[in-house]
Design a protein around this ligand. Structure first.
Ligand code: SF4
Ligand code: SF4
Length: 433
């Protein structure tokens, strides 16, 4: 019988428990440890609890739970392990095993999928909806642009990225939306490993339908799940890499296409946990005429949000305060975001008197002589007038086949915009039992 995802994860866990000596080097270097109240707990106690769950199943408890629950995916532990184990993967697996017994976010995928479709349908016309959410007919292309699920909430960033791919003149197809989920929600958040297998297998198979050389991800969670946690799960004929890597590989072509300077001094926001992607964007920005990087604000985690930096609120608050203090300096005109989740959080800080926030794709589009897509989501969130928003967007929603009750929509929108499903809320989008 063919090995499925649950077998792969069990084999990975087994390899980790066999190799781990409980030396605690990963705990020593881990920045969330003091914030999780573990500064005086012996390393072997913390690691031992994780290994027990990987060996025997069940739920993380006590010190091991405190560590794993706050792991923000910063990856600093990876080079520290003398046995060549990836402790980030170790905790990811332990959290997935725990979720099989207990999850704080039941029906997360269902709620998330509905929220994503709703937000996309508020912002996009039918052609753009189809481009992001309707599976294209398979054909042979060198590149698939895989936008994942959640980024569809902020579609302007994805269309900006497509503007750059179009400028490079690459033949590509777009795959994304909840129907092409990477499977991390089912596997890690819901503890539904069998469903996760089906979802991940389905998405990998759809990539293969296009016989691409490269699948370019946008979402850092997809990159982490497919590119790292499940690395080696399936033999594929394509490389799975981040879209910024592709842009770097085509940098000389991009530079030859820059048409207008973008005179701006920026603070680039990046994450320790995917430092290579932060470096990619820094390299891209340095080549933009007129633009100057005043500094890079490295924050913990691999992204902002509930699967990244927000898991360790104390550490997050420290690093964010440092970022905003640096952004307030006079040599910074704007803060530059990488990912959709970070963009939303940083933009919210700009509303409170901070510097403007732009995404790196806005800058690339401008340099190429184009006009970046409007960030409708942010404008609406800033206005916070849900009644006016309902009136404005009901016709677009209807055009996209969503005939919703105006009062229901007005009631549900604050939680949709706040992503409340990731903390167990947004029951209005759950299935009726
Ligand atoms: S990924 Fe970062 S937060 Fe998670 S265990 Fe490693 S060092 Fe700690
Ligand atoms: S550093 Fe490696 S061997 Fe040491 S406790 Fe962590 S995972 Fe185990």
């Amino acid at each position: 019988m063919e090995r499925d995802l649950t077998d792969f994860m069990a084999d990975t866990a087994c390899g980790i428990t066999d190799a781990c000596t409980s030396c605690g080097a990963c705990v020593d270097i881990c920045p969330v440890v003091p914030h999780a109240g573990l500064a005086n707990v012996p390393n072997e106690t913390i690691v031992g609890g994780v290994l027990d769950v990987l060996r025997q199943g069940g739920e993380l408890t006590g010190h091991a739970a405190a560590w794993a629950h706050q792991c923000d995916g910063c990856g600093l532990c990876i080079p520290a392990c003398p046995e060549g184990i990836n402790p980030r993967t170790m905790l990811m697996l332990a959290n997935s095993v725990t979720a099989e017994t207990h999850t704080d976010t039941p029906q997360l995928f269902r709620k998330m999928a509905r929220a994503i479709r709703l937000m996309a349908a508020m912002q996009l016309d039918t052609d753009d909806m189809a481009k992001l959410l309707q599976p294209p007919r398979p054909r042979d292309v060198p590149v698939v642009f895989y936008v994942g699920c959640n980024a569809v909430r902020t579609p302007h960033l994805l269309f900006n990225a497509m503007y750059v791919l179009d400028a490079i003149d690459v033949d590509y197809e777009v795959l994304g939306g909840p129907a092409a989920c990477c499977g991390i929600i089912h596997t890690k958040w819901e503890g539904e490993a069998k469903t996760g297998t089906r979802v991940t297998d389905g998405t990998l198979s759809r990539f293969g339908d296009f016989t691409p050389e490269r699948v370019l991800s946008w979402c850092p969670s997809c990159q982490l799940h497919i590119g790292e946690t499940l690395n080696g799960y399936q033999q594929t004929d394509f490389a799975f890499e981040h879209v910024t890597k592709f842009m770097i590989d085509n940098e000389s072509k991009l530079q030859s296409l820059y048409r207008q300077p973008v005179p701006m001094r920026v603070l680039l926001h990046a994450h320790d946990g995917m430092a290579d992607l932060g470096e990619n964007v820094a390299q891209l920005l340095r080549a933009v005429p007129g633009l100057e990087i005043a500094d890079i604000a490295w924050e913990s985690g691999y992204t902002c949000g509930g699967s990244g930096a927000d898991r360790s609120p104390g550490l997050k608050a420290e690093r964010r305060a440092a970022t905003l203090a640096r952004a307030a300096q006079p040599d910074v005109d704007a803060l530059v975001s990488l990912y959709h989740g970070c963009h939303g959080q940083l933009a919210a800080s700009a509303e409170q008197g901070g510097k403007p926030v732009v995404n790196f794709t806005d800058i690339l589009v401008r340099a190429l002589g184009g006009e970046p897509r409007r960030d409708a989501f942010e404008g609406w969130r800033m206005a916070g007038d849900w009644q006016a928003l309902v009136s404005e967007t009901l016709p677009t929603l209807r055009g996209n086949g969503m005939d919703l009750d105006a009062q229901w929509l007005e009631d549900v929108l604050p939680d949709v915009f706040a992503g409340k499903e990731f903390v167990g809320g947004l029951e209005a989008l759950a299935s009726r039992r």
